[in-house]
Design a protein around this ligand. Structure first.
Ligand code: PXG
Length: 309
């Protein structure tokens, strides 16, 4: 069979668009040398960019904590994403956007003061974490022996370019044939998955670990908590132990890449009935509806930016 050739992407780096094969950064960029920087993953649903203001606010907050001065406003960064989306033909389709702010070019010492100018990279393409059948049947996940980054080290709430801890957990999941790994924190409380937040449903209540347990303040998590509240399903951010996970009526993960995905097995144990639960399915539908009905139309936004508004 003939292989379908993928359209060549245009990638944005510091004010210019490059063909993907020409999109390169310096080997002296501290994002590469030390993982010094922050990033965001956003989605475009049917040509609309989903909640970019929340993603950019999280990026700016993380940058502030690591004393990385981001010279671009939220509006400027959203304009850049919409421009790259349009250049790549995602005006009416689904897409995945990666925004990266690196510390920029420096020298071989880790001192960030040698890096005068941060770099902004924007990539718009596609991503699919799990096959469709996992959304129908639910994922089998495992808990990992790796602990979520301690809050006494690099704060786990920052979406930094340091994902090695998460990658170690993902490698462990791959090794055991699990679809995803769930971290406990240094105190033994459930924190989150490698790129998703964790939820359980117990006695009709939707529960998720607090951010203080080591969870990233996920935009999907936030949206799902809002949707549940709107549907008058009680919600609570609460510390949970493994026993709460194993004994849950339902379980699901949320994330920009994963969206809302049911979990039906944890560490070989069946969760609830072993099928995606009723409340999970209700929230999947509500989230899908939200993504289809809200968001910034990238084509309109780009046209307005080009015409100087
Ligand atoms: N926890 C962690 C550690 C994450 O990295 C989430 C939770 C979910 O947050 P949002 O805001 O997306 O609901 C994330 C998000 C990737 C990829 O390339 C990773 C994320 C998002 C999109 C793509 O694997 N992480």
């Amino acid at each position: 069979m003939r292989k379908l050739s993928r359209m060549k992407m245009k990638v944005y780096i510091d004010g210019c668009l490059y063909d993907e094969s020409e999109a390169k950064i310096s080997v002296f960029d501290h994002g590469l040398l030390y993982g010094d920087g922050v990033f965001e993953g956003m989605r475009i649903y049917g040509g609309r960019l989903f909640r970019p203001e929340l993603h950019i606010a999280r990026l700016q907050q993380g940058a502030k904590v690591i004393q990385l001065d981001v010279p671009w406003t939220a509006d400027e960064m959203i304009d850049v994403i919409c421009r790259v989306a349009c250049e790549n033909g995602f005006t009416d389709k689904d897409a995945y956007c990666r925004v990266v702010v690196t510390r920029g070019k420096g020298n071989l010492g880790l001192d960030p003061s040698a890096c005068p100018k941060p770099s902004l990279i924007a990539i718009v393409g596609t991503i699919k974490l799990y096959p469709e059948e996992d959304y129908q049947n639910g994922l089998a996940v495992m808990t990992t022996a790796i602990r979520r980054n301690s809050p006494e080290s690099c704060p786990p709430q920052i979406k930094s370019l340091n994902y090695l801890n998460n990658i170690l957990a993902k490698l462990e999941a791959n090794r055991y044939g699990a679809k995803e790994a769930i971290f406990l924190n240094h105190l033994g409380y459930v924190a989150e998955a490698t790129a998703d937040n964790v939820f359980i449903v117990k006695n009709g209540r939707v529960l998720t670990p607090p951010v203080l347990a080591g969870a990233l303040p996920g935009i999907t998590r936030h949206s799902v908590l809002e949707l549940a509240a709107g549907l008058e399903i009680p919600t609570e951010e609460r510390n949970m132990l493994l026993i709460d996970l194993y004994g849950a009526d339902e379980c699901f993960l949320t994330g920009t890449a994963a969206k809302v995905v049911p979990v039906t097995r944890v560490d070989g144990r069946t969760i609830g009935t072993g099928r995606p639960g009723r409340i999970t399915r209700t929230l999947v539908s509500a989230f899908t509806k939200l993504t289809q009905e809200t968001g910034i139309p990238v084509a309109e936004r780009n046209a307005a930016a080009l015409s100087g508004r």
